[in-house]
Design a protein around this ligand. Structure first.
Ligand SMILES: N[C@@H](CCC(=O)N[C@@H](CS)C(=O)NCC(=O)O)C(=O)O
Length: 201
């Protein structure tokens, strides 16, 4: 399998961390893909992902799997015990809902990055940026009240990567001050070998 990646992406990190937890990294070749708003990459868009986003996974029959949520589902299914996502039952839907919420934090944080780093200053929209921060804060509050599992199911992996991305891109955003239960959870989760092996550079 080939994983199209870029190291700073929290979505890529989630997939790669999942691959570590499932002991699948040796079956996956990493292929760097240059994707950035405003930068053309027609070859990637035509042959891999029409949305021109990473991650994308090419499986052994040549077909492409998108997006990070579906890739994690696919990798989980390769594993006999389906350890990241339960096969059925209420726990599956709770885990996938928390997974989607953590994805939302990543999405808002990535959009803030594009808006502040890539977009020329006169064209920026501060109200919209504040709204993304509000979404992030609301979701962090939601997780802070939740009983987050120490075992690395996909919701925990996604949450760890979302928090790691906030630390990486927005080191001045002191989320630990307001969400102390989450801070305690993250300090433990960030000791996992899969977390340490996937720290963005
Ligand atoms: N829903 C997608 C989101 C992936 C995503 O937004 N990736 C970013 C990098 S972190 C990207 O490829 N951005 C390029 C672009 O938006 O043009 C997923 O879960 O895989």
């Amino acid at each position: 399998m080939k994983l199209y990646y870029g190291t700073p992406s929290p979505f890529v990190r989630k997939v790669w961390m999942a691959a570590h937890e499932l002991n699948l990294t040796e079956k996956i070749e990493l292929v760097e893909a240059a994707v950035l708003p405003g930068k053309e990459n027609a070859e990637y868009a035509n042959s891999v992902n029409p949305l021109r986003k990473i991650p994308a996974l090419q499986i052994d029959d040549g077909s492409i799997i998108l997006d990070s949520t579906v890739i994690c589902d696919y990798l989980n299914d390769l594993h006999d015990k389906q350890q990241l996502i339960p096969a059925s039952g209420p726990a599956k839907w709770q885990i996938q809902t928390a997974h989607a919420t953590a994805n939302g934090i990543m999405e808002a944080a990535v959009l803030i990055r594009y808006e502040t780093f890539l977009r020329p200053e006169p064209q920026r929209w501060p109200v919209w940026i504040d709204e993304q921060w509000e979404k992030i804060n609301n979701a962090l509050g939601w997780f802070n009240e939740r009983n987050n599992s120490d075992s690395m199911t996909i919701d925990s992996i996604a949450l760890a990567c979302a928090l790691g991305y906030l630390d990486f891109r927005s080191p001045d955003f002191a989320w630990r001050d307001n969400f102390s239960k989450l801070a305690t959870w993250h300090s433990k989760a960030s000791q996992r070998a899969s977390y340490l092996a996937t720290i963005p550079k």
